[in-house]
Design a protein around this ligand. Structure first.
Ligand code: ADP
Ligand code: ADP
Length: 234
């Protein structure tokens, strides 16, 4: 069952007198427990697609269904709620709050939801162990390496146990070993939590962790590729 389904997405940006056709009729879906990578040259529409899938921006045409609910049928407030309930976001520039510690940053979505952090202590401890930040819980972002900051951002995206995780170049700023570790964490999260994960990446080594790769070119799907994770060497 697809938890995320988009049909015939069109996105045009108005740049002064110019129109940019960022997406020209893209179909996309991701099922629970499925890891999909979006690849393609710079400017091919990858970030635009991810933003539309996450309801961060509205399409010019076409539809996005999130857990069976059409996003365009919702008002802003309803869309925000649907997003908070179902989606975790990870971006290339980690967007951590500099004055908060690692664990406070991870708990931020809980606070924003008006829930009590104390009720999430067990989940927090599990996640901190999953991303290997046990020794860094009280450190502020500027005391953490790039890889550690990205792991905090990942834990923050996972604290609400979202059905869908969307990540834009999550390994973009990281050295290759740290990038590989982050992709392994995403893969494990997808398998353990039966999450749909969608990752935009330039890096074929990162895309190799996915079940499927969707290649974009000039705002269209150029190719779809099924990968056999079971057969991948360990
Ligand atoms: P990618 O992520 O593959 O690099 P993008 O989705 O960022 O591609 O961009 C697709 C096209 O849309 C590009 O031509 C880009 O310049 C244009 N674009 C993206 N965002 C905007 C925006 N906010 N305003 C105008 N044009 C944009
Ligand atoms: P990784 O590759 O796992 O991201 P690094 O090799 O970059 O880690 O960093 C190793 C250690 O050095 C980290 O545990 C981190 O605490 C510390 N460190 C790295 N960058 C900084 C920094 N800018 N400020 C303070 N400590 C840092």
């Amino acid at each position: 069952m697809s938890v995320l389904q988009a049909s015939q997405l069109i996105k045009r940006y108005q740049l002064g007198v110019h129109e940019v056709n960022a997406l020209n009729g893209v179909d996309f879906e991701a099922a629970a427990g499925e890891f999909v990578a979006i690849m393609g040259p710079s400017g091919s529409g990858k970030s635009t697609l991810l933003h539309l899938l996450g309801g961060l921006d509205a399409p010019t045409g076409g539809t996005v269904m999130l857990a069976g609910q059409e996003l365009s049928g919702l008002n802003d407030q309803q869309a925000t709620l649907a997003r908070r309930r179902s989606i975790g976001f990870v971006f290339q520039f980690f967007n951590l709050l500099p004055t908060l510690s690692a664990e406070e940053n991870i708990l931020l979505p809980i606070l924003i939801d008006g829930k009590k952090p104390a009720e999430f202590k067990e989940r927090l401890d599990q996640l901190i162990a999953l991303v290997g930040l046990e020794e860094r819980r009280t450190h502020k972002p500027d005391q953490l390496s790039g890889g550690e900051q990205q792991r905090v951002a990942l834990a923050r995206a996972l604290i609400t146990q979202p059905a869908i995780l969307l990540a834009d170049e999550p390994t973009g700023n990281l050295d290759s070993n740290t990038g590989k570790a982050i992709m392994e964490l995403l893969r494990r999260s997808c398998d353990d939590l039966n999450q749909a994960i969608v990752v935009v990446t330039h890096d074929a080594r990162a895309a190799a962790f996915a079940d499927r790769v969707v290649f974009l070119r000039d705002g269209q799907v150029e190719r779809r590729l099924q990968l056999a994770q079971d057969e991948a060497p360990a």
